[in-house]
Design a protein around this ligand. Structure first.
Ligand code: ADP
Length: 597
């Protein structure tokens, strides 16, 4: 835990050093006003107020003889004013401390949340694909929120209580020395007794909190999956099963949270009982050794502040342990290395590459799985339209994904215009590519904004021209506000074909030299497919185009076709040639011809 906290401090606390120092200073002032001010007040100032003639001279007047020169009334007023003065200083310092620490907490959390989100944007796709989305959302939103809640709850106590404890303990020992009753030192044993539940429960709280946060991640996953698959859930009458899954996840979360609460809430009663024991021990010792009331009160105040601040620091420590569960889950994301880093001295690509692509002896495997691509050697000259065909799982999409460097070749190299894709920045490389996938993924916003995403800084005219080329305009008349029609999440409000047209318009506006069409019409009905195919043919003109094809009709304009089988390219050539020479190609082609006949 210590290492994790140090790492956290270095990363998120040091950038706010000024706020940190202010919080420590105000914490020290507030803490010493409580821990030292009040016990010394009770021991030294009260006897001055309640001093009767004939009694022994109060300690304070012996320590500061000049006070004796003051008129009695002035001395009394001064003594009485010192109490509110200490509390005003304490109150001001506490307020300032509380504001500063809260600002610090909010800033740290902002840093933490944005760092995690930024990091997720850089992480390899393979990492994100292996994770459940609901759990990731839970980490980015709920875990950071959890750390924030904990920090805002404990922020006031984090600096102040440990210092109050030390000050009060110091005051207690100092007063004890002046009283000279060493047996009372045994009270210190109670401090050890009080530390026991804090330390023991701290560990348990940390484990239970981690389980509870994991439970929340599980719950989020179930909800997210359920909302994303509502059509399937209803079509297959899976409601009951989904409710069961939810109930189970919810029950697990509740169970872990209850366990957490059990340990959290045990600390206060134990600490309060120990405080009462310590005070009664002090009372017994005090009465046995004939201690004066003001001495007893001073010691009791110091003891009370010691235990009270220990209790509060203990509670803060336990909540910190609770946040540790969330911090561990966040650290799992932050510690995940980005294995597709940009090179230190990247090669600058020209504004617009020609679009020449080479795979030089490329082998690629997802994690530890067997290779999805094996020893691929292929050259695609600029401007060529290439169809990729083969059975499902043969490696077509993987092949296309290596060009934008979504994944890194395990062996060999992928070159664009003769430059290894690892030698340029991912941003520069991806500027040269447009991709239209099977599902057009649209964002919340207007149709115009969705098209403009293809090219930042595109003019209105460019966007309109792209919309025309993709025949978006053909369905705009049915939309209430034309190009400014607002789309829901994922493009809700448009049909599959309409969404695909917006995605194609996005590729038109990007006007990239390399185009990847990954089964871009696979999810459309035959009618929409035919229409959209024309726009895609238009889009492919003059660009190096890779078409991952499930239907042969989509590659009728291809100059060349690559046939994939078990991660290898087993055929390469134009349709007629392949039909004659490549049995797999002929089989696939004939099978589809028979299916469509
Ligand atoms: P195709 O596009 O020809 O259908 P893919 O390139 O999608 O084939 O897949 C090739 C192989 O890689 C398959 O065995 C598939 O199971 C595997 N694969 C694809 N994507 C992933 C992934 N994200 N993680 C792990 N394995 C994957």
């Amino acid at each position: 835990m210590i290492a994790r906290i140090i790492q956290f401090v270095k990363r998120f606390l040091l950038p706010h050093l000024v706020w940190l120092i202010t919080s420590i200073i105000t914490g020290i002032v507030a803490a010493s006003a409580s821990g030292l001010g009040v016990p010394f007040m009770v021991t030294y100032v009260f006897p001055v107020v309640f001093h009767q003639t004939g009694q022994a001279e109060p300690e304070l007047l012996k320590l500061v003889p000049q006070l004796k020169e003051l008129p009695h009334m002035t001395l009394l007023l001064l003594a009485c004013a010192s109490m509110p003065l200490i509390f005003i200083i304490r109150g001001l310092a506490m307020w300032l401390n509380s504001v500063v620490v809260n600002v610090l907490g909010i800033r740290i959390l902002e840093g933490l949340r944005t760092t995690v989100f930024h990091h997720v944007q850089q992480l390899p796709l393979s990492f994100l694909e292996g994770r459940r989305k609901g759990d990731l959302v839970s980490r980015i939103v709920a875990d950071t929120q959890n750390v924030q809640t904990v920090l805002s709850h404990i922020s006031n106590d984090l600096v102040k209580q440990p210092i109050t404890c030390v000050c009060a303990l110091f005051a207690f020992i100092y007063l004890l020395i002046t009283v000279g009753r060493w047996e009372i030192f045994l009270v210190i044993l109670f401090v050890g007794l009080a530390a026991w539940p804090i330390i023991t429960f701290g560990k348990r709280i940390s484990t239970k909190a981690l389980r509870a946060q994991e439970g929340l991640g599980e719950l989020n996953t179930v909800v997210q999956q359920n909302l994303e698959t509502q059509r399937e859930v209803r079509a297959y009458a899976l409601e009951e099963r989904q409710i069961d899954d939810f109930d189970q996840a919810s029950e697990g979360y509740c169970r872990n949270t209850i366990k957490l609460v059990k340990y959290q809430r045990a600390v206060i009663p134990i600490m309060e009982s120990v405080t009462a024991l310590a005070l009664s021990f002090l009372l017994v010792c005090g009465s046995l050794c004939g201690m004066g009331l003001s001495e007893f009160m001073g010691l009791a105040a110091a003891l009370f502040f010691t235990f009270d601040s220990m209790k509060r620091a203990g509670m803060a420590y336990n909540r910190l342990n609770e946040a540790q569960g969330a911090m561990t889950r966040l650290a799992e994301i932050l510690d995940e290395p980005n294995d597709i880093d940009d090179p230190e001295n990247p090669v600058k690509l020209p504004q617009r590459v020609k679009g020449d692509i080479t795979f030089r002896n490329v082998t690629f495997a997802y994690g530890n799985a067997k290779p999805a691509l094996r020893e691929i050697n292929i050259h695609i000259p600029a401007g060529q339209i290439v169809g990729l065909v083969g059975p499902s799982g043969a490696g077509k999409t993987t092949f296309a994904s290596l060009i934008p460097r979504f994944y890194e070749a395990t062996e060999g190299a992928v070159l664009v215009d003769g430059v290894d894709v690892r030698d340029v920045t991912r941003h520069d490389l991806r500027e040269q590519l447009a991709i239209v996938g099977q599902q057009a993924l649209l964002f919340k916003g207007s149709i115009r904004e969705n098209i403009a995403l293809g090219h930042q800084g595109a003019t209105r005219e460019q966007i309109d021209a792209a919309a025309d080329s993709a025949h978006v305009s053909a369905f705009l008349s049915s939309q209430p506000q034309g190009m400014d029609t607002q789309l829901g999440e994922g493009g809700a409000g448009l049909s599959g074909g309409q969404r695909q047209r917006v995605a194609i318009a996005r590729a038109f506006v990007k006007d990239a030299p390399i185009l990847i069409l990954d089964e871009a019409t696979a999810s459309l009905d035959a009618e929409s497919e035919k229409e959209i195919q024309q726009e895609l043919d238009h889009l492919a003109q003059g660009r190096t185009t890779l078409i991952v094809a499930h239907r042969f009709s989509t590659i009728r304009n291809a100059h060349r076709i690559l046939v994939f089988d078990h991660g290898r390219i087993v055929g390469d050539g134009p349709h007629e040639e392949l039909y004659e020479t490549c049995p797999l190609y002929r089989e696939l082609y004939d099978r589809q011809g028979a299916a469509e006949a």
